[in-house]
Design a binder for this molecule. Structure first.
Ligand SMILES: Cc1cc2nc3c(=O)[nH]c(=O)nc-3n(C[C@H](O)[C@H](O)[C@H](O)COP(=O)(O)OP(=O)(O)OC[C@H]3O[C@@H](n4cnc5c(N)ncnc54)[C@H](O)[C@@H]3O)c2cc1C
Length: 103
């Protein structure tokens, strides 16, 4: 069993930055544009990068997740994370749940 020592985490707030495309003389086209930098968007970008497909992420978020939203990882999630080579890094930080809730 792993005990996590509680600590206060201060979310970084990243300043707004203009993207170079915004100042381009003509509209710039990208093969893939991903909206949202949550786990789905970032994983999609990593997965595409692993296939040599560049992507651009547009997000309205200026910080990382507020509060913990990933204590337990489902098997499917870990399979996906393994595919983008993050499973081994995530596993030690997750909680293992033995058994399941009965309906
Ligand atoms: C309290 C809590 C605990 C949780 N615990 C777990 C857990 O233990 N294990 C687990 O697997 N899951 C957990 N979850 C669920 C998990 O956090 C979500 O399934 C996951 O965050 C969904 O990822 P997502 O990328 O689809 O969406 P989100 O994480 O919501 O990311 C979407 C992103 O898109 C951005 N966005 C939205 N609209 C736009 C727009 N129009 N233009 C640009 N950007 C936009 C948002 O700002 C956000 O950054 C928990 C959720 C909560 C709330």
């Amino acid at each position: 069993m792993v005990w996590i020592k509680p600590k206060t985490y201060k979310n970084p707030v990243f300043p707004y930055q203009r993207f170079v495309d915004q100042d381009a003389p003509t509209p710039v086209r990208h093969q893939v544009v991903i909206f949202g930098s949550g786990p789905a968007g970032l994983t999609a970008a990593l997965d595409l990068a692993g296939r040599n497909i560049p992507s651009v992420i547009l997000t309205q978020n200026r910080t990382v997740s507020v509060g913990n939203r990933a204590i337990c990882f489902a098997k499917k999630t870990l399979e996906t994370m393994n595919r983008v080579e993050l499973g081994d890094k995530m596993r030690p930080h997750g909680l293992v749940i033995w058994g399941q809730r009965r309906q």
